[in-house]
Ligand binder design. Sequence first.
Ligand code: ZN
Length: 426
Amino acid sequence: VGRQRGAGLGGGHDEREQTLNQMLVEMDGFESNEGVILIAATNRPDVLDPALLRPGRFDRQVVVSTPDLRGRERILQVHTRRTPLAKDVDIAVIAKGTPGFSGADLENLVNEAALQAAKLNKDRLNMSDFEYAKDKVLMGKERRSLVLSDEEKKITAYHEAGHALTAKLLPGSDPVHKVSIIPRGRALGVTMQLPEEDRHGYSRNYLRNNLVILLGGRVAEEIIFTDITTGAGNDIERVTKMARKMVCEWGMSEKIGPQTVGETQQEVFLGREWTQNSAVSAEMARLVDSEIKGLVDEARERCRTLLTENIDALHAIASALLERETISGDEIDILMRGEKLPPFQTDDANDEFKLEPADGPENTEAAQSPDSAAAPAESEKDDAQTEQEAPEAQGETPAEPEKPANGSFPGRWDSFSAPSDRKDDK
Ligand code: ZN
């Protein structure tokens, strides 16, 4: 109702505008409407009618942004009020690990965790359920049924290793949360970075580094393989968008300086001033293009240097990915120091999967498969706390039986997709 009057394609006398007129009249009319409090909410403050924003209309304006650490903790407390939690669940740790989540995301997280616990026939939610849910909310659901060829897997592994390694090497970048070559949604692999704290603004250096990280996948492909793939399409799109924003919106180009170039596009029906697109001279357009290209080229060059100088780490991360499918940021640190990763960890995943219907020949392999899913959840819990916990956890549960299975990828993929898919059908 509060949308700007007279804009868009409709006439000026539709009902909505009449309603707004009447409301404005009532709000500052001569008679006082005592006892009436008017509250309104919008997620498009940019298209509000200016009359609504004048003094005396809405006296208080409360901006609701995504919750900060404390906010997330409180929101989680609300949503877990009627959820039975196990003792190992620490709401504060979950809140710390979910920067940028909105209230709805957090609610979704709790829901997904509860669903996961229910799937495993548990009567309480463990921390591992929350970790699972977090990955699902952040990265999308795993598509275990999609079988990749060995070649595709290898390319994906190097691609993601390129992202992860550059993210690790560039100072000030968001820490790498997890790298995975399990297909999720439309992606064949995922490298997930999670900021340590809530971020409210970005520096030019941070953004320049981010361009390098985004290009990391493609550049790794270029270095390792003779040919390149379509897998970097989304990365390239994001690089271009970010570089354009840096130049045109954020004034981060030396040659153009702090000025907005071009209008940001607005939808006609919502918007305003749709006839007033500011003109950009051909010269400026050329300059913008060359500045964008300059940013991207520079990032690509830096990326190539970084990856060639650390080619050993790139190989190590890629082969660890091929072996385990998912590795955590801490495990990448180990690999970058040139050390070997500890063997797969079994853990609470074991009792989870005892409840699985074990049928026939799949039995043995189904028992192994959860480890690949549980290992990251376990190690991921570590990075929320301290690094020292990793060796301890292995000490508790030596994982000898799983080791031989590592090499047999096809079996693991098939066996894993079978039980979980069956459950989804219900
Ligand atoms: Zn990529």
